[in-house]
Design a protein around this ligand. Structure first.
Ligand code: SF4
Length: 614
């Protein structure tokens, strides 16, 4: 059934283009001609979802199959939701305006814990029961994947199965299985039992959790004979020959990242101890620069973009960066090149010169901590000299805007470390004034941004308590009072939002009811600080009789069963614990190219760590 969206409604909402689809490069198929309808749901607004490269890959990858039609679903903004509810318009997919209830699969990507209430809202708008136990054969199967799926438990009761790992690996096999079972008249239950055969698939209902009196997990055990004790992540081994779309959809309105995107590599060699991505996406898998050059040519040709973003967790660690940037500058001289995640220690004057041919935007550095001691704790292998010489080069190269990102509340942090943020920012200002007037640009602006540290699963910091709200505020107040320089602007995050993110990130199944109650109380778009209402969550915790501090400010022991311990990312718990202890002792660990630290990931594929082989 195709639904009609009255034009009157579209004219009354902000940015109607969010809801109409039909962009250039959108995949068009006849729904009658396919066997499988897949709604790929990004639980945030269109502009955010359209900027996510993982979604672009999966959308086109699934649509490569003739028997499958993958369509897109984004969270409607408040104004549109209101109109949809008033006019009984169900949640629909952008390609064919089909209500999501009519799809075989709803696949949610979990990029951020604070989007979980949006998932419930999408289900609700689609007329689909939120809890999987209440759904019938008529309802779609709800899947969830993405980085937050590595701790699936806070969403366990809502999701039929989780996909742990990179989408290109298993989706075709899963869809083949579904088609085979459905064509023989099999039920959803038959499918869920059979899907257990795959690595990387977690079906929550086939597992039971028991709790101790103190609230910790007593046991976590399969209750189905085919359910695996450990769920092993799946990842792409041959990144050069894996699927990458060259015809991304061109949004009709400005989205967050409106440019061609090329992925340089997956994984990260660095081993920062706060970073979940650096652990779950190991090992590093670099793409061949020649293949990347061809991809860039194709994408620029198919889209008309004039800006390319070379992305990865740490782009300057790409060993052939010169080759690919040479190609882009030589062949597409009018193309701007943005390199997110550059590390200041590797910043080359040569590359800066080339980049300055394009427009000079702000330079962004992420020292994360203000003192060397704390940078050693977090294993951010950057010295103050690296940072200062990096910005000095930048100032000589004509830049005059620097953005610096720090975290507050890192393990072992003291007030001296907080003052260190100010000291570093002041030293950067001094560097600017140390460059002769005629060589530097005019208007220095240093922006210092601090976020609050949230310990994440599968990091060496997963056992640490998070700072309390009062501790966060005291640190923020100190820095606010210390920064007294007109060249420096200080921005800070919402401490309550970070505290809540911490609870959900390390939550277990019991937190699911809190998420449900928070949604019932009206929470949505929680990741948007201007839409986040802390009190709705406080009420939800009270309604569920759950103590948030249990998840938030409590230190865990090595022996405790953590809610995500049943997932095998390759990196071992013993390695993470060793890194935890090294953090306390302020010892650093070399990056993977300097020395392998035997994190364990080489065993996940029977002996292959691609980084070690290179
Ligand atoms: S096995 Fe060694 S080189 Fe490979 S990711 Fe782990 S620590 Fe790095």
């Amino acid at each position: 059934m195709r639904i009609d969206i009255p034009q009157k409604i579209l004219l009354e909402v902000e940015k109607p283009a969010r809801y109409i689809g039909n962009e250039m490069n959108m995949v068009k198929k006849n729904p009658e001609d396919v066997d499988i309808r897949f709604a790929y749901c990004f639980p945030d607004v269109y502009e955010v979802g359209m900027s996510h490269i993982g979604s672009t890959i999966l959308y086109h990858f699934l649509n490569e199959r003739e028997d499958t039609y993958c369509e897109r679903v984004y969270s409607p903004w408040h104004d549109m939701e209101e109109k949809m509810r008033e006019n009984n318009i169900p949640m629909y997919a952008l390609e064919t305006y089909t209500p999501i209830k009519e799809f075989d699969f709803l696949g949610f990507t979990l990029q951020y814990e604070m989007s979980y209430t949006n998932i419930l809202n999408i289900l609700d708008l689609g007329g689909i029961p939120k809890y999987s136990k209440d759904r019938t054969e008529e309802d779609p199967l709800v899947i969830a994947g993405g980085p937050c799926a590595y701790n699936p438990e806070p969403l366990a009761p809502f999701v039929d199965f989780f996909y742990i790992g990179e989408g290109e690996v298993l989706y075709y096999e899963i869809l083949d299985l579904y088609k085979a079972i459905r064509s023989k008249g099999g039920s959803k239950e038959d499918f869920l039992e059979k899907v257990l055969q795959f690595e990387g698939v977690y079906v929550p209902k086939f597992y039971d959790v028991q709790y101790k009196e103190n609230g910790e997990i007593e046991s976590f055990t399969p209750n189905h004979p085919d359910a695996k004790e450990k769920i092993k992540k799946v990842h792409v081994k041959d990144v050069d020959n894996s699927y990458y779309p060259t015809n991304p959809i061109m949004p009709l309105i400005q989205v967050v990242h409106d440019r061609a995107v090329i992925e340089l590599f997956r994984g990260c060699i660095r081993g920062c101890r706060f970073c979940q991505a650096g652990m779950i996406y190991r090992p590093v898998r670099q793409k061949d620069p020649k293949k990347l050059a061809k991809l860039a040519d194709d994408i620029l040709g198919n889209t008309g973009y004039e800006e390319v973003s070379l992305i990865s967790l740490s782009s300057s660690d790409y060993t052939d960066l010169n080759e690919i940037t040479d190609h882009l500058f030589d062949k597409h001289c009018d193309v701007n090149l943005s390199l997110p995640s550059l590390r200041v220690d590797e910043f080359s004057l040569d590359l800066m010169d080339r980049l300055s041919k394009g427009k000079k935007s702000s330079l962004t550095f992420a020292p994360e901590a203000g003192t060397q001691r704390l940078r050693d704790v977090i294993n951010k292998n950057i010295s103050e000299d690296d940072i200062l010489s990096g910005v000095a080069l930048a100032f000589k190269g004509g830049w005059d805007k620097v953005k610096l990102y720090f975290m507050m509340g890192l393990p072992t942090e003291t007030m001296e470390d907080i003052s260190g943020i100010k000291d570093l920012a002041y030293s950067i200002v001094d560097q600017y004034f140390g460059v002769p007037k005629e060589e530097r640009a005019r208007n220095l602006k240093v922006t210092v941004s601090t976020s609050f540290f949230v310990p994440k699963p599968f990091t060496p910091f997963q056992w640490f308590p998070q700072n309390t709200y009062d501790e966060f505020m005291a640190k923020q107040a100190l820095l606010n009072s210390e920064i007294r320089n007109r060249k420096i602007q200080y921005n800070c995050h919402d401490a309550k939002l970070s505290a809540l993110e911490g609870i959900v990130a390390r939550g277990d199944r019991r937190v699911a009811d809190v998420i449900y109650h928070a949604w019932k109380n009206g929470s949505k778009f929680d990741g948007w600080s201007d839409h986040f209402v802390y009190d709705k969550w406080v009420k939800a915790f009270e309604e569920c009789n759950i103590d948030g501090d249990f998840y938030h400010t409590r230190e865990r022991s090595y022996d405790e069963i953590l809610p995500w311990d049943f997932i095998n990312i390759g990196v071992t718990k013993a390695f993470l614990w060793k890194e935890f202890e090294k953090a306390i002792n302020e010892e650093v660990t070399p990056n993977c190219r300097e020395k392998c630290s035997n994190c364990g990931v080489s065993k996940i594929d029977k002996g292959a760590c691609y980084e070690k082989e290179n």
